[in-house]
Design a protein around this ligand. Structure first.
Ligand code: AMP
Ligand code: GLY
Length: 440
């Protein structure tokens, strides 16, 4: 028998008892942990999860790939799931939320139409233009010849972005015109498949970067504290780009007035422009901003939480989170309890496998003796269990240690103390995460 709940008959503002989180990264580990802690939540399933999922109280791992839409729908009906939270961008862009909604489920995460915010840079640029959102000037080109003509006419190095999803590898911030040309040749060589069928060329902006996240129910927004991540592999923010080597929140770069400016100048206009396109956007709007001398400008929009920003933010959010995400999914944020946010500093450091962001060592046993508890969390990302239940490394970013305290100095000291209790062969991490907000 299928319960009423699986057809969406949840009272507005209520807490879902049974939740499915889709995804297998550190972000989904943190989401599952945070949701399972919410009062009234009985069970959280995570598909496919990772090596850390079995350690999360109240969470059960389901061996279903995020691409297997039919199996995910079936699992939701079998378990009478009342809310599905989709973590990564790829299944959102592939229409997973649409499929789940068509099956009568409440979903936190936009449909394929809204996911274009991230899945097509050209589409996002056009939306920003229509909405009057400050962003880098840009050109769209559908062939190498067209793109080279833009470079010729501009006679300056430009940022090159493959139009589609390229797992964070489709962007080159060229320092010279020759690098701009080389990046264009790479995109049009087919390296990024369909994602590189066209490019966006952008003027180069300068300034510190900050990530702002808002939870949307299609009409209204709940703002989360701004976060800053460290994208480069090397200390001093040098070397190759990664998915993110650590993060902290709230980022003092954006004070309350700055955040207000982003809310009114970026997020609300973006949501209005989505609505004007007939898109009922229920999920995260993630604005990657550069704080330029001329004010905040959007570098990119994403349709999901950042990783590791999510691991950093989740411990700051109150037990209303599950009700708030369900209210977003139902389009009734006004009925949800206000989301409480701890006035603390949160520090997150990623432990990666040797070789990251290139080819990494895998299959090494992970041991962790830190006592996660109040103010300290260990979230797994690239890890898996072997047949005997041992936890092994299985990806680039292996895990995140996160700590909260009243100052960033204390929070980072605790995160690094925790990290010292984590061992696997080839463990690689930056010792300077949060250098902007630490005095030591
Ligand atoms: P993305 O994959 O869109 O997040 O871009 C990766 C990184 O490239 C961003 O985090 C920025 O550091 C950089 N970037 C993207 N666009 C620009 C731009 N127009 N000017 C300067 N840097 C940029
Ligand atoms: N940490 C950046 C991202 O998730 O895109």
């Amino acid at each position: 028998m299928v319960s009423l709940a699986s057809f969406g008959f949840m009272l507005p503002g209520s807490t879902p008892e049974r939740i499915l989180v889709v995804g297998g990264g550190g972000r989904e580990n943190a989401l599952a942990w945070a949701l399972a802690r919410c009062q009234g939540v009985e069970q959280v399933w995570v598909a496919p999860g990772n090596g850390g999922t079995p350690d999360l109280a109240g969470c059960t791992q389901l061996p279903i790939a995020e691409t297997d839409q039919a199996a995910l729908v079936q699992a939701c009906h079998d378990q009478a799931v009342e809310l599905v939270v989709v973590g990564p961008e790829a299944p959102l862009a592939a229409g997973l939320a649409d499929t789940l909604r068509a099956a009568g489920l409440a979903v936190f995460g936009p449909g394929a139409d809204g996911a274009q915010l991230e899945a097509s840079k050209q589409w996002a640029k056009a939306l920003m233009e229509d909405a009057g959102i400050a962003t880098a000037g840009y050109w769209h080109a559908e062939s190498l010849e067209q793109a080279l003509a833009v470079v010729e006419a501009q006679a300056q190095p430009l940022v090159v972005k493959a139009d589609g999803l390229a797992a964070g590898k489709g962007v080159t911030v060229a320092g010279t015109i020759a690098e701009t040309r080389a990046a264009l040749e790479e995109v049009f060589s087919g390296r990024f498949g369909a994602a590189g069928a066209s490019v966006v060329l952008e003027e180069t902006l300068n300034g510190p970067e900050v990530s702002v996240f808002a939870l949307s129910d299609g009409q209204r927004l709940v703002l989360l504290p701004p976060a800053q991540d460290h994208k480069r592999i090397g200390e001093g923010d040098t070397g190759a780009n990664t998915g993110g080597m650590g993060a902290y929140a709230p980022a003092p770069l954006l004070d309350a007035a700055g955040l207000d400016q982003v809310l009114h100048g970026v997020l609300e206009p973006a949501l209005a422009a989505l609505r004007a396109r007939g898109i009922d956007y229920r999920g995260v709007i993630y604005a990657g901003l550069m704080l330029t001398e001329a004010g905040p400008k959007v570098i990119e929009f994403n349709c999901r939480f950042g990783d590791p920003e999510c691991e950093t933010l989740m411990p700051l959010l109150g037990p209303e989170l599950a009700a708030v995400l369900l209210a977003c999914a139902q389009g009734c944020l006004d009925a949800a309890p206000p989301l409480s946010i701890a006035a603390q500093c949160s520090a997150c450091v990623i432990a990666a496998a040797e070789g990251y962001p290139g080819t990494v060592r895998q299959g090494d046993p992970i041991s962790a003796s830190l006592s996660a508890g109040d103010g300290m969390q260990l979230f797994h990302a690239g890890s898996r269990r072997d047949a005997g239940g041992r936890c092994l490394t299985a990806g680039g970013r292996v895990l995140a240690v996160v700590a909260q305290a009243s100052t960033f100095d204390t929070a980072f000291a605790r995160a690094y103390d925790g990290l010292a209790q984590v061992h696997f062969e080839g463990i690689t991490y930056r010792r300077d995460i949060g250098h902007q907000v630490r005095s030591r």
